[in-house]
Design a protein around this ligand. Structure first.
Ligand code: CUA
Length: 161
């Protein structure tokens, strides 16, 4: 009799926790607008370098303090400018940057430290993520998806000044 009552309370608590969990997911998606980066297009990984916009990687201004950074990820670097030796992007404070990224080979990661930018770069797909850089500083872009022996050398920088 007594044990049965405790069981009912535990089942009830389980239900309450489940409802709180579902409500929290609902609040993050619908109220806080939290969502996973979605693929926003497709591109043949074999012809990335001759397909727009990836045939001209780099930063373009698209509006007032609005930029698009076209980036090609490959083993083992991020090409962030027409000059392959450059691995820096420079933007002013307050810039909203949309990163348009794809891979020519394997799956890479695209994470910018001290931001909520955290996406996968999948060959054949175009990854788009945006971020507003309100604070000056250097932000490291790193590949956080193991992609081979040079994985740890794969990085670039956003310099906000
Ligand atoms: Cu690219 Cu790890």
């Amino acid at each position: 009799m007594h044990i049965e009552r405790l069981e009912k309370i535990f089942i009830g608590l389980g239900g309450v926790l489940l409802a709180i969990g579902i409500a929290a997911i609902g609040a993050s998606v619908f109220a806080a607008d939290v969502h996973l980066p979605a693929p926003s297009g497709r591109v043949d990984p074999r012809t990335v370098r001759s397909t727009a916009p990836f045939n001209q990687p780099g930063l373009k201004q698209t509006g007032p303090n609005q930029y698009e950074a076209v980036i090609v990820a490959f083993t083992w670097a991020f090409q962030v400018s027409p000059d392959i030796a450059t691995n820096e992007i420079r933007v002013p404070v307050g810039a909203n940057v949309t990163f348009t990224v794809t891979s020519t080979d394997v799956v890479h990661g695209f994470m910018i430290e001290r931001t909520d930018v955290n996406a996968m770069v999948i060959p054949g797909q175009i990854t788009k993520v945006s971020y507003t850089f309100d604070k000056p500083g250097e932000y490291l872009i790193i590949c956080h998806e193991y992609c081979g022996t040079g994985h740890h050398t794969m990085f670039a920088k956003v310099i906000v000044a």
